[in-house]
Design a protein around this ligand. Structure first.
Ligand code: FES
Length: 136
């Protein structure tokens, strides 16, 4: 008997497919576009018409309160309450008022008119240029 033997080559190198699991090229979280506003001197803060005479206006972002204690006389103070650091909330009745615990400060010189704060609001430098009020 002539048995033919076929040698079957086991040709099965079954696709050793190196499955490259594509981890997409994430290039991180670049591009956080923080607009870092320049804290440079001379940045325009507001215009004189936005600050009421006998009152004031609070600029929370700049942490400044601008007041007009007398016609045409502008002052600026830190808007950070010296008691515990809240941003002051209102300017009314001749005082800059903190809503956190009720401190009140003079619009004329930042002095404490009512506690619990014990230190005046520090003055901030502003320049009035025509009807424009600038920091610095
Ligand atoms: Fe302003 Fe306390 S933080 S009164």
């Amino acid at each position: 008997m002539n048995a033919r033997r076929r040698t079957v080559l086991a040709a099965g190198t079954a696709g050793a497919a190196a499955l490259v699991t594509g981890c997409g090229s994430s290039d991180g979280d670049g591009g956080g576009d923080e607009s870092s506003a320049p804290a440079s001197d001379g940045a325009e803060l507001t215009s004189t018409s936005d600050v009421p005479a006998g009152g004031g206006t609070i600029f929370k972002d700049q942490k400044i309160v601008v007041t007009q204690p007398a016609d045409g006389e502008f002052k600026a103070f830190s808007a950070v309450c010296t008691h515990a650091g809240c941003i002051v909330a209102t300017v009314e009745n001749g005082t800059i008022n903190c809503a956190c615990h009720g401190s009140r400060f003079s619009i004329t010189d930042g002095a404490v008119e009512q506690g619990p704060a014990t230190r005046a609001l520090p003055a901030e430098k502003i320049t009035v240029d025509g009807d424009s009020i600038r920091q610095g």
